[in-house]
Design a protein around this ligand. Structure first.
Ligand code: COA
Ligand code: AMP
Length: 638
């Protein structure tokens, strides 16, 4: 089913006639009831795809694939060097487990529209839990296992799940992380309580069970299988929380119909994968990349997906990705640039890659953060295949800029650029007044409405925030929060966030949230958290704090306490490790902290002294402080 059209024609058609274009794409899927109105607007004026249509994503991922003759084809390969496990699940097996777990969940009272939180690492039972929820029309919300109890509690209170499904634990390299105590702490903090906690016990850590409330996952798998429930195309499939600019995460909603159509389209046109081929997405199911391209995309397309539980390095070495490519004959691999940098650091000459047969690999896709040209070039040289940097967000759920390897006439990828607009996306670079800027000029990256299928229709329980955060700045556009530019040949470059969001090793965090935690310390009068450049993780947060008058706490002690507070409230993944006490923060005369200037200072970038700065000398003091502490690339003491 190779699309015959060229990239240019496909993209043009998608913008000229969105409803017709996507209705044609929807026809590739099985619908219980077809939509007569592919594109509509709801009472808020928000766009909705395939209103009136009915289908079920779990059915499309499993039952439909079995009906196409894929019962005995591997659907999911679980490869977990950290637990020394490798296991293949066929489509028939995955369907059976999913249908049974769905039966078990229904016996616990889970019905269409109920929410279920899944707090598990990359393990097959987590994927089955996602698909089982989808089967019932229940709305799952996977919470990344690295988040601390406080973050889990916030999500419990927002999603109000009937059931929470967790693993007894995860593995960080060879360190066991028991999850159940974290769940108990989160439940103690949360106002809302789920009726049941389903626990998937793992060999290496046994969770204590609370009789009555807690149920063993394996027990639920004994239930009789249940069929998929036909749901409206606009019915929510899942909620995925992502960092906004404050401590309150945004619940990105994904629907059944648009999501299935978009992901199916992307599997063919962006990744150029045929049914039966193998995709290895090295991400986590708690992130949008994992949800879309470990779970739903590959299964909707009838591919084989690799579920990897481990890290790119030290599990057991920096050759683990290359071993997987050889062992499972991977056609397409997808990871974050930070993972490639981690490998490059441990194996700079790529000697480990030479030990494996990588001839099955056609493309390496990268996303999650901007890929620096040096990493891009290194990966391309090492693997001998085109490297495709492509840009997307939790909000979009699938790529917005890419090199579409399944379409003809596509300009080749270029280092530093995330490529060209994917069909369905009218991407514009705007100035502060909302006017398009000329090629080569940096501006705000926006997408003209309507967004294509697959993108979030709203935020969970918060239409007002959806409108305010994304649509209100430039009417008629979705504001991405990223800055970038387009070159005269049409390549788009995404240069980083223009808001308080930072990317730490591909993990999206809010500096505003970290600031809220620092500001809550009794000694802190004021603070600014910056995302500063880091050679491995892309960015890491660093805090500049001003003490309250009369406070005598030492810098080292305060740093220790603030690091502990961030670890407790967000989690170790924030990599918050540096605090500098300063006398004052540089501000404009109207009192706005000059964060960009501070970041440029820490990164050693040239910058013009802002004309509005109230006290220019403070920057020299901060520069000296950063240098003394080795904070920031410009001052790093190696
Ligand atoms: N559960 C518990 N703790 C976790 C965790 C999880 N799921 N994930 C991360 N952490 C902890 C780590 O143990 C570490 O703790 P420490 O400070 O006590 O050592 C801390 O969070 C930082 O983790 P991380 O950034 O993962 O550092 P690392 O040294 O373990 O690994 C990389 C570095 C670059 C190899 C790793 O970050 C990586 O693979 N990144 C790619 C991420 C990715 O694929 N993102 C996809 C988004 S598209
Ligand atoms: P997340 O929602 O966690 O997927 O993070 C989305 C953010 O990651 C985007 O807003 C960008 O800032 C960044 N990002 C993702 N992919 C890319 C890319 N290919 N190039 C540059 N930035 C990226």
């Amino acid at each position: 089913m190779k699309p015959a059209c060229s990239y240019a024609a496909t993209h043009a058609a998608s913008l000229a006639h969105p409803a017709g274009f996507w209705a044609a794409q929807a026809a590739h899927l099985h619908w219980d009831k077809k939509s007569a109105e592919p594109l509509s607007q709801d009472e808020n004026g928000f766009y909705r795809w395939f209103k009136g249509g009915e289908l079920n994503t779990s059915f499309l991922c499993l039952d439909w694939q079995v009906a196409q003759g894929r019962a005995h084809q591997p659907a999911l390969i679980y490869d977990s060097p950290v637990t020394r496990t490798q296991r293949t699940y066929t489509y028939a097996e995955l369907l059976d487990m999913t249908a049974r777990l769905a039966g078990g969940l229904r016996a616990l009272g889970v019905e269409m529209g109920d929410r279920v939180i899944i707090y598990m690492p990359n393990m097959p039972e987590a994927v089955v839990a996602m698909l089982a929820c989808a089967r019932l029309g229940a709305v799952h919300s996977v919470v990344f296992g690295g988040f601390a109890p406080h973050e889990l509690a916030v999500r419990i209170d927002d999603a109000r799940p009937r059931v929470l499904i967790c693993a007894s634990g995860g593995m960080e390299f060879d360190r066991i992380i028991p999850y159940k105590p974290l769940v108990e702490e989160a439940l103690a903090k949360a106002t809302f309580q789920p009726a049941h906690v389903v626990v998937c016990q793992r060999d290496f850590v046994t969770a204590e069970m609370q009789p009555g409330r807690d149920i063993d996952y394996q027990e639920l798998l004994q239930a009789a299988p249940v069929p998929a429930v036909s749901v409206p195309a606009t019915h929510p499939l899942y909620i995925l929380y992502t960092s906004g600019t404050t401590g309150r995460p945004k619940g990105v909603v994904r629907d059944h119909g648009g999501h299935a159509v978009a992901l199916f389209f992307s599997m063919r046109t962006i990744y150029n994968l045929e049914p039966g081929e193998v995709i290895f997405t090295a991400s986590d199911i708690g992130w949008a990349v994992g949800s879309s391209y470990i779970v739903y995309g590959p299964l909707l397309r009838g591919c084989t997906t690799i579920l990897f539980e481990g890290k790119p390095v030290r599990t057991p070495d920096a050759g683990t990705f290359w071993r997987i490519i050889e062992q499972y004959k991977v056609s397409v691999m997808f990871t974050a640039p930070t993972a490639i940098r981690a490998i490059k650091k441990e194996d700079p000459d790529g000697l480990l890659a030479k030990q494996y047969d990588l001839s099955s690999l056609r493309h390496l896709f990268l996303a999650g953060e901007r890929c620096d040209p040096a990493t891009y070039a290194w990966a391309g040289r090492l693997l001998g295949v085109p490297v495709v940097d492509h840009w997307w967000q939790t909000e979009s759920g699938w790529p917005m800029l890419a090199t579409l390897t399944g379409l003809e006439g596509m300009p080749a990828p270029r280092a530093g650029s995330a490529g060209h607009p994917v069909p369905g996306y009218d991407i514009q670079i705007l100035d502060e007044a909302g006017q398009p800027v000329p090629p080569g000029t940096t501006g705000l990256v926006a997408v003209k409405l309507p967004l294509p299928p697959g993108c979030f229709p709203t935020l969970w329980n918060d239409d007002a925030r959806f409108h305010e955060a994304y649509l209100s700045t430039f009417p008629g556009y979705y504001l991405s929060g990223d800055g970038g530019y387009r070159d005269p040949e049409g390549y788009t470059y995404i240069m980083g966030r223009v808001d308080d969001v930072i990317n730490v090793a591909g993990h999206r965090l809010s500096t505003g949230e970290i600031e809220e935690i620092l500001a809550a310390h009794p000694a802190v009068a004021e603070c600014a958290v910056l995302g500063i450049a880091d050679q491995l993780r892309g960015q890491v947060p660093a805090g500049l704090v001003v003490l309250k008058d009369g406070q005598t706490i030492g810098e080292e002690q305060l740093e220790k306490e603030l690091i502990a507070a961030v670890r407790t409230q967000i989690g170790a993944l924030a990599c918050f490790r540096a605090v500098l006490v300063v006398k004052r923060l540089p501000k404009t005369r109207s009192g706005k902290i000059l964060r960009k200037t501070l970041r440029q200072l820490a990164d050693g970038e040239d910058f013009a002294l802002p004309a509005t700065i109230d006290d220019p000398l403070i920057l020299d003091e901060i520069r000296a402080g950063l240098q003394r502490r080795g904070i920031g690339l410009a001052f790093e003491t190696l």
